[in-house]
Design a protein around this ligand. Structure first.
Ligand SMILES: [Zn+2]
Length: 297
């Protein structure tokens, strides 16, 4: 379904370009996690395609070059060893810059989270401090992916600050290089997360929203499109062309509709409560769960 809609979006883009109405510059940020040994050739093929259809840039550029074209930045979340062993050699061959987002409290240890089906990091080893220190600085940028990979919108403001600022401070002290980029665990964020990242001194926050990237000169929140080694070549082409940019709008619309439906269903259930049912106050006091009740409108 996503593929078909994106294909349609791409078709519209092509028609607009033929009519001279398309944007002059496009940029997307790809969000990988790791490359397993059996996936190295597929990653190499994807990187070959990437350099054919887009110009690779670093994820920490202030703004895009003022030249017409398609640009792409490559990022890896979770800081896993597979990136060093199987992705880096292919990136070096093609001089493709990339950013690795590290979870500071898991360096050299095994990851214990699953990035919501996008990539299962459970049981995979994270890069150690020594491995991170050996990464080529001209090609690899290191960013923070928090201290413990929590679901940031669900924790307190103080805890968010600890995850966001604590990880940056630790990485800078250990690696002796500036850390200016943050990637939200699970790609999720809210205004508190964004504001805390700003206060912590980051220059950019990367999310899991498949929006076009670097479209504003001072863009602080940048979306990325999740990419896996099982993507077909055409699927990757669509991602590189920004054809998945409709997804955030569709997801927001779906959430709004689900919320309205839940509210309407809850109101209807309250109105249709049987007349011989005990008074609501009794139900609430006996169950002790008054917070679940909703007043009919
Ligand atoms: Zn992650």
């Amino acid at each position: 379904m996503c593929f078909v809609v994106s294909l349609f979006v791409r078709l519209i883009d092509v028609i607009r370009a033929l009519l001279g109405q398309g944007p002059r510059i496009r940029c997307v940020v790809l969000n990988y996690h790791t490359v397993k040994p059996a996936e190295r050739q597929r990653f190499a093929d994807q990187m070959d395609l990437l350099v054919r259809v887009a110009k690779p840039i670093r994820a920490d550029v202030k703004q895009l070059p003022d030249k017409q074209g398609n640009y792409v930045a490559v990022t890896f979340d979770d800081g896993l060893e597979g990136v060093l062993d199987h992705a880096l050699p292919e990136l070096e061959k093609r001089a493709i810059p990339a950013t690795i987002f590290v979870v500071t409290e898991t360096m050299g240890e095994y990851a214990n989270w699953n990035d919501m089906g996008a990539a299962d990091a459970v049981g995979q080893k994270a890069l150690s401090l020594q491995q991170l220190q050996r990464l080529p600085t001209h090609l690899i940028t290191i960013g923070s992916h928090s201290m413990t990979h929590p679901f940031l919108p669900s924790i307190s403001k103080d805890e968010i600050r600890q995850e966001v600022l604590g990880s940056r401070t630790k990485l800078e002290q250990l690696l002796k290089r500036e850390v200016r980029l943050f990637s939200c665990p699970y790609g999720v964020f809210n205004s508190t997360v964004v504001n805390t990242c700003r206060e912590a001194g980051y220059e950019r926050v990367f999310t899991g929203m498949a929006t076009m990237a670097f479209s504003e000169p001072n863009e602080f929140v940048t979306g990325r499109v999740r990419t896996t080694l099982s993507d077909w070549p055409l699927e990757l082409r669509l991602k590189l062309a920004g054809a998945y940019r409709w997804l955030p709008t569709a997801i927001a619309w779906k959430r709004r509709m689900a919320s309205r439906f839940r509210r309407a269903f809850s109101d209807k259930a309250a109105v249709e409560q049987p007349t011989n049912a005990p008074p609501r106050s009794l139900i609430q006091s006996s169950s002790g769960s008054a917070g679940h009740e909703r007043s009919p409108r």
